[in-house]
Design a protein. Structure first.
Length: 184
Protein backbone atom coordinates (compact mmCIF):
# COMPACT_ATOMS: atom_id res chain seq x y z
CA UNK A 1 0.00 0.00 0.00
CA UNK A 2 1.21 3.53 -0.80
CA UNK A 3 1.08 5.59 2.41
CA UNK A 4 1.68 9.30 2.81
CA UNK A 5 2.93 10.07 6.31
CA UNK A 6 2.37 13.55 7.69
CA UNK A 7 5.61 14.26 9.58
CA UNK A 8 5.74 16.81 12.37
CA UNK A 9 9.51 16.39 12.89
CA UNK A 10 12.36 13.98 12.15
CA UNK A 11 12.56 12.38 15.64
CA UNK A 12 8.85 11.53 15.62
CA UNK A 13 9.19 10.00 12.15
CA UNK A 14 11.87 7.44 13.09
CA UNK A 15 9.59 4.66 14.35
CA UNK A 16 6.40 5.23 12.32
CA UNK A 17 8.32 5.24 9.03
CA UNK A 18 10.36 2.21 10.11
CA UNK A 19 7.26 0.30 11.21
CA UNK A 20 5.28 1.11 8.06
CA UNK A 21 8.19 0.18 5.79
CA UNK A 22 8.60 -3.02 7.82
CA UNK A 23 4.96 -3.84 7.10
CA UNK A 24 5.78 -3.59 3.38
CA UNK A 25 4.18 -0.21 2.67
CA UNK A 26 5.59 2.28 0.17
CA UNK A 27 6.09 5.34 2.37
CA UNK A 28 6.36 8.97 1.38
CA UNK A 29 6.69 11.77 3.91
CA UNK A 30 4.81 15.06 3.99
CA UNK A 31 6.04 18.07 5.97
CA UNK A 32 3.28 20.59 6.57
CA UNK A 33 3.39 22.31 9.94
CA UNK A 34 2.27 25.95 9.85
CA UNK A 35 1.84 25.79 13.63
CA UNK A 36 5.58 25.80 14.35
CA UNK A 37 6.91 29.02 15.82
CA UNK A 38 9.20 30.87 15.42
CA UNK A 39 10.30 30.70 11.80
CA UNK A 40 13.81 29.57 12.79
CA UNK A 41 12.33 26.60 14.63
CA UNK A 42 10.14 25.68 11.64
CA UNK A 43 13.12 25.95 9.27
CA UNK A 44 15.38 23.98 11.61
CA UNK A 45 12.87 21.13 11.93
CA UNK A 46 12.41 21.09 8.17
CA UNK A 47 16.18 21.04 7.56
CA UNK A 48 16.72 18.25 10.10
CA UNK A 49 13.99 16.20 8.41
CA UNK A 50 15.48 16.89 4.98
CA UNK A 51 18.88 15.65 6.17
CA UNK A 52 17.46 12.61 7.97
CA UNK A 53 15.19 11.63 5.06
CA UNK A 54 18.24 11.62 2.79
CA UNK A 55 19.83 8.94 4.97
CA UNK A 56 16.66 6.82 5.02
CA UNK A 57 15.72 6.73 1.35
CA UNK A 58 12.56 8.62 2.28
CA UNK A 59 11.00 10.89 -0.30
CA UNK A 60 9.34 13.90 1.34
CA UNK A 61 6.86 16.38 -0.10
CA UNK A 62 7.38 19.86 1.35
CA UNK A 63 3.98 21.40 2.01
CA UNK A 64 4.57 25.05 1.33
CA UNK A 65 6.11 28.02 2.98
CA UNK A 66 6.01 29.07 6.61
CA UNK A 67 2.35 29.58 7.50
CA UNK A 68 2.07 31.00 10.99
CA UNK A 69 -0.65 33.49 10.02
CA UNK A 70 -2.86 30.68 8.71
CA UNK A 71 -2.34 28.72 11.92
CA UNK A 72 -3.12 31.73 14.12
CA UNK A 73 -6.36 32.36 12.22
CA UNK A 74 -7.63 28.91 13.17
CA UNK A 75 -6.14 28.84 16.68
CA UNK A 76 -6.98 32.31 17.99
CA UNK A 77 -10.76 31.82 18.28
CA UNK A 78 -10.02 29.01 20.78
CA UNK A 79 -6.46 29.49 22.10
CA UNK A 80 -6.91 27.07 25.01
CA UNK A 81 -6.32 23.35 24.90
CA UNK A 82 -7.85 21.09 23.72
CA UNK A 83 -9.80 23.06 21.10
CA UNK A 84 -6.79 24.85 19.61
CA UNK A 85 -5.03 21.49 19.28
CA UNK A 86 -8.07 20.03 17.54
CA UNK A 87 -8.05 22.91 15.07
CA UNK A 88 -4.31 22.48 14.50
CA UNK A 89 -4.66 18.73 13.91
CA UNK A 90 -7.59 19.36 11.60
CA UNK A 91 -5.65 21.91 9.54
CA UNK A 92 -2.60 19.67 9.11
CA UNK A 93 -4.45 16.39 8.61
CA UNK A 94 -6.87 17.86 6.06
CA UNK A 95 -3.90 19.12 4.07
CA UNK A 96 -2.19 15.72 4.43
CA UNK A 97 -5.32 13.94 3.16
CA UNK A 98 -5.48 16.28 0.18
CA UNK A 99 -1.79 15.68 -0.55
CA UNK A 100 -2.22 11.92 -0.24
CA UNK A 101 -5.03 12.04 -2.78
CA UNK A 102 -2.91 14.20 -5.12
CA UNK A 103 -0.01 11.76 -4.77
CA UNK A 104 -2.20 8.77 -5.63
CA UNK A 105 -1.60 7.23 -2.20
CA UNK A 106 -3.88 4.53 -0.86
CA UNK A 107 -3.89 6.00 2.63
CA UNK A 108 -2.34 8.59 4.89
CA UNK A 109 -1.31 8.74 8.54
CA UNK A 110 0.64 11.00 10.88
CA UNK A 111 3.64 10.88 13.17
CA UNK A 112 1.47 12.76 15.66
CA UNK A 113 0.24 9.28 16.62
CA UNK A 114 3.57 8.45 18.29
CA UNK A 115 3.63 11.26 20.81
CA UNK A 116 2.23 10.70 24.31
CA UNK A 117 2.01 14.52 24.50
CA UNK A 118 -0.55 14.85 21.70
CA UNK A 119 -4.29 14.31 22.04
CA UNK A 120 -4.27 10.83 20.54
CA UNK A 121 -8.05 10.38 20.37
CA UNK A 122 -8.42 13.82 18.79
CA UNK A 123 -5.70 13.07 16.20
CA UNK A 124 -7.51 9.83 15.37
CA UNK A 125 -10.90 11.55 15.07
CA UNK A 126 -9.52 14.37 12.93
CA UNK A 127 -7.56 11.96 10.73
CA UNK A 128 -10.66 9.88 10.10
CA UNK A 129 -12.68 13.04 9.44
CA UNK A 130 -10.11 14.33 6.93
CA UNK A 131 -10.02 10.94 5.25
CA UNK A 132 -13.80 10.85 4.84
CA UNK A 133 -13.88 14.39 3.47
CA UNK A 134 -11.13 13.68 0.94
CA UNK A 135 -12.16 10.14 0.07
CA UNK A 136 -8.94 8.52 1.26
CA UNK A 137 -8.26 6.07 4.08
CA UNK A 138 -6.71 7.29 7.31
CA UNK A 139 -4.32 4.51 8.28
CA UNK A 140 -4.47 4.31 12.06
CA UNK A 141 -1.61 2.95 14.11
CA UNK A 142 -0.99 3.54 17.79
CA UNK A 143 2.74 4.20 17.62
CA UNK A 144 2.95 5.44 21.25
CA UNK A 145 4.47 2.20 22.61
CA UNK A 146 7.47 2.95 20.36
CA UNK A 147 7.95 6.57 21.49
CA UNK A 148 10.92 6.02 23.84
CA UNK A 149 12.69 3.74 21.34
CA UNK A 150 12.20 6.35 18.63
CA UNK A 151 13.57 9.16 20.80
CA UNK A 152 16.56 7.00 21.77
CA UNK A 153 17.27 6.26 18.11
CA UNK A 154 16.83 9.94 17.22
CA UNK A 155 19.33 11.02 19.89
CA UNK A 156 21.77 8.29 18.82
CA UNK A 157 21.53 9.64 15.27
CA UNK A 158 22.17 13.16 16.58
CA UNK A 159 18.77 14.46 15.54
CA UNK A 160 17.54 17.65 17.15
CA UNK A 161 14.77 16.79 19.62
CA UNK A 162 12.69 19.88 20.28
CA UNK A 163 11.50 20.87 23.76
CA UNK A 164 7.90 21.76 22.78
CA UNK A 165 5.25 20.77 20.24
CA UNK A 166 5.98 23.76 18.09
CA UNK A 167 3.18 26.25 18.40
CA UNK A 168 3.48 29.62 20.07
CA UNK A 169 0.99 28.54 22.72
CA UNK A 170 2.93 25.39 23.65
CA UNK A 171 6.10 27.45 23.82
CA UNK A 172 4.39 29.78 26.31
CA UNK A 173 3.15 26.78 28.33
CA UNK A 174 6.71 25.41 28.45
CA UNK A 175 8.02 28.69 29.85
CA UNK A 176 5.14 28.92 32.32
CA UNK A 177 5.91 25.39 33.64
CA UNK A 178 9.60 26.24 33.99
CA UNK A 179 8.81 29.46 35.89
CA UNK A 180 6.38 27.61 38.13
CA UNK A 181 9.03 24.99 38.99
CA UNK A 182 11.59 27.65 39.84
CA UNK A 183 9.18 29.37 42.24
CA UNK A 184 8.64 26.22 44.31
Amino acid sequence: MKVLVHICCAPCSVMPVSILKGEGHQVKGFFYNPNIHPYREWKHRMDILRSYAGTQDLDVVWGGEYGLVDFLKIAMPSPDKPERCRQCYRMRLCRAAEQAREEGADAFTSTLLISPYQGHDVVLAEGERAGRECGIEFLYRDFRPHFEEGMTRARTLGLYVQPYCGCIFSEQERYDRNLSRRRR
